[in-house]
Design a protein around this ligand. Sequence first.
Ligand code: HEC
Length: 133
Amino acid sequence: MACLIAAPGHQALAHGDGAPQPVDTTGLTPLGDDWRVTNPYREAGPEHDRAIEIGARGYNSNCARCHGLDVKSGGMAPDLRLLGETEMDDAWFTSRVLGGAKTGDSVKMPPFDGLLSQEAIWAIRTYIDAQSE
Ligand code: HEC
């Protein structure tokens, strides 16, 4: 009986799990509304290090459940360590994160447009790059 009652609740929880988590980007240079073409936090230095820390939190709360802890894919979603660091890779990264991915009506990855700030998205990108070095 307990099982029958618990089952629907458990399913609802599994769905609710996906709620995007805001990322506190205090300490990073604010970027405004114009999207950068390339990662503004890529260059080595104190801001790069801060972006890695902030990006780790953003990644763990928004991406890890599909793309894997420490950016090591368990096979459910592509291994993001394989992304390069060219301008084209940056464009692909932001278009995917903002727009998500779907096949027909089935959402494979939710869009993060309007949910994560530009600062948070580039910080996550910086963290991912740091995991592939
Ligand atoms: C619900 C699971 C899920 C979540 C959450 C998720 N993704 Fe994805 N992501 C996927 C899947 C599945 C794909 C592959 C889509 C396809 O087949 O086109 C993908 C593709 C991508 C790609 C393209 C990779 C490539 O090699 O082409 C990027 C970049 C990416 N995700 C980044 C992120 C980031 C950053 C986050 C967190 C902000 C995130 N994803 C959250 C499931 C997810």
